[in-house]
Ligand binder design. Structure first.
Ligand SMILES: [Fe+2]
Length: 261
């Protein structure tokens, strides 16, 4: 479930070791045209130090990673629920040379985030919990949402296998509570007037953090291997929060490996 500082991440299943037909998720990342909200950086240092301004709410450090990350997941066996891996867990795995390369990258990514006083988690994710479909606004991470924080905080994330998060330009996103039909349903659920108490109700139930895409809007994929730093919804923010969602979990798909902080 998303927490008060919410985290998340869509993509496509990919084919490993396919040189003749490289998966789009593995192609070098280039922001789609007209996506001024994304800025590409050239290093981790630039990723952590570049301020968000001028409408930029997502920084991407594009990477094409060597190694076999899927092997890491395969070595874990059957995973029934979201499982965190630390450095010791990774070191305990018996891996091929390609798996060892992937492991070294994962350990390095964990360390570089920790060295910046962040608290990274490497998660193996078969699926996220889902809201039941009866509510007016889904509040799980498969729904477009902004992460939130009470103080200045950004979300760092990198998808290594299967599929990646999807983002939405601010101009393509509409807060669910601002859709008249949805707002009417939320008001009915609240059982009161459209007043300050209603705002509190929206906030306490996380409804104010969830969005829908405008008709025809095209989300952008974060891609595999790229490390992102995206803005959250916090009181001092100077740019819109980065609206994003987790990729759909498809039947038969292996668990996804995601680094998040
Ligand atoms: Fe999120």
């Amino acid at each position: 479930m998303p927490k008060k500082t919410r985290k998340s991440s869509r993509g496509l299943p990919y084919r490993r070791n396919s040189k003749s037909n490289p998966c789009p998720m593995h192609r070098p990342f280039t922001p789609p045209p007209d996506h001024a909200c994304i800025k590409v950086v050239a290093s981790f240092e630039e990723l952590v130090s570049t301020p968000f301004s001028n409408g930029v709410n997502a920084l991407c450090w594009p990477r094409t990673l060597a190694g076999d990350f899927q092997e890491i997941v395969d070595r874990l066996g059957v995973i029934e629920e979201i499982t965190s891996l630390d450095e010791d867990d990774l070191r305990a795995l018996t891996l091929s040379p390609a798996g060892q390369i992937a492991r070294a990258t994962l350990i390095e990514d964990l360390r570089r985030l920790r060295d910046h006083e962040l608290q990274p988690e490497l998660n193996c994710i078969p699926a996220y919990p889902r809201d039941d479909a009866s509510g007016p606004v889904p509040t799980d991470v498969y729904s477009f949402h902004a992460d939130s924080a009470n103080v200045m905080a950004d979300t760092f994330l990198c998808s290594y296998t299967v599929s990646s998060s999807e983002g939405l330009r601010p101009e393509d996103a509409v807060r669910c509570g601002d859709v008249p039909e949805t707002r009417a349903k939320l008001l009915a659920l609240y059982g009161g007037a459209d007043d300050d108490g209603f705002k509190v109700f929206l906030n306490e139930n996380f409804y104010d953090l969830h969005y829908v895409a405008k008709s025809g809007a095209q989300p952008y994929g974060f891609g595999l291997g790229n490390m992102w730093r995206i803005t959250t919804d916090w009181p001092g923010r100077v740019v819109p929060p980065c609206v994003h969602r987790a990729p759909a979990t498809l039947p038969g798909q292996p668990p996804r490996l995601l680094l998040i902080s």
